[in-house]
Design a protein around this ligand. Sequence first.
Ligand code: ATP
Ligand code: MG
Length: 178
Amino acid sequence: MSDGEGLVIVYTGNGKGKTTAALGLSLRAIGYEHKVCMLQFIKGSWHYGEMDSSKKLGPNFELIAVGKGFVGILDDNSPREEHEKYAAEALKICREKIFSEKYDVVILDEVNYAINLGLLDVKEIIKLIKEKPEKLDLVLTGNHAKEEIIELADLVTEMKEIKHPFKSGIKAKKGIDF
Ligand code: ATP
Ligand code: MG
């Protein structure tokens, strides 16, 4: 178990490193045999390296993809209701994991995007933050974190883009970006 009160940690901002920071924190926690669950609100059909990391890191790291490729929500073919249905299911899984008492750290990766798209109600997330088990460290990522969430958080870091290779035409790199 982690020592002391659990923290609410937010990684936001337009620079790269939000999910990477959450993964780095996981690696550190797993070193102490802490149990980590990362719930990834999926933004598309991409495959990310961390999806396979749990097989290598052992049972202390669990990664679950939730939601439904919402990045294309505005122009994809599935009706909005379908996205909403998946988001509601995702929230249910988040609740289950958070209140299971099985984990020391729970990460809601890209949750801020799902909120900003209106797929998740910020009030539901606020409720989760307020009711979470005391010792649990809860991490939320995604740009444009809502003010209400920032207010409740203990730690907020804004990644700020200074340079990103994408702007020089360099494509996303395996092992770095995905
Ligand atoms: P990462 O997963 O690499 O830590 P992130 O979580 O900070 O990135 P997201 O908003 O989740 O950023 O976007 C994920 C993808 O977009 C990654 O492939 C990442 O490299 C890329 N990305 C992040 N920030 C930028 C940026 N400022 N310009 C272009 N691409 C970006
Ligand atoms: Mg991310």
